[in-house]
Design a protein. Sequence first.
Length: 341
Amino acid sequence: MGIIKRQISTKDLFENIKSSLHKDESLFDKYKASDLLACVYTDIADARQIVEENKILNLYATVEKKEQYLEKTLKSHDAVGVSTCLDELLSTIDELPPKEVIEQTNYDEAYERHRVEETIVVLGDSHVNFFSGNEALTFLPIGQEINVSPQINGFPFTALHLGACLAYKSNMYGSSEGFLEKLDWLMEHFIIPGGKVVVSLGEIDIRCHVFKQTIRQGCSYEKIVDDILNNYFDMLLYVKEHGFTTYIWGPIASQTESCPVDGYLPRVGSEVERNLATRYFTDCARKRCQDMGIGLSSIFENMVDDNLKTRESFLCSDMCHLTQNVYDVAVEAWDKSGILR
């Protein structure tokens, strides 16, 4: 198994920023106070399972008080001021248990529940969060750059977020998110032998890459989706061959045109084009699943109207992920496909 690429820690990030700002004044405009504070907020949130709630709230409040000063010093290109503020933020993180302790505690709790309740493991991109019952994306680290979404609605799922992974690269070692390495680790160290595994991938491929590749390669979106599915099903068969009962959670309908575009959720192609590709992806995947003994569950057709426009009522506030208000629709689809039986 290859080495999983790890994201940079907040401490290393801040130290790099402090060093670079003293060398290159043009870099001040590259950073936003809100983004830097978000790193600290995430570190605090990662520890909320093992740190008293009052302390977590106090740490949040301490960080929040730094925002205006950090904004001011960044705007005025004050390298000393920024460095001082980042050091103070790092001292807040130092009050938390070590990362390894946090991850091990979260892992132990998630694994114990999976083992005792024989939960269904859902793994993949951020859309796994929906299975947990959480409206907002809610992830806790369990090691290997894998996160668990704490289950809050009583359903028998363990939702594992492996990163912003692509179906196209799911059968490749060495990808940027390390999906296949993480999958190997989970099959060896987490998932109960013979258990049910639901894989959720494809939405990012369709939203970000399919129509980019049609332009680059000068071909149809069907050709690009076929290439994605070839790789995706290589990986799914790999899971099945390891003795797991394997299912797909089909990609949901794409963002509407009315949703503002931002750097965190980019998109290429029109809403209708992306939904055409999603329908094609789902229809083709269903045929392959029937031939290979893999289950498929999807609510895509529930999410679009006759003009292939996405029904916004299915989406949460970020207009990209499902809202818990449609959980009953998903449960019906899961039950029909056999996931819940």
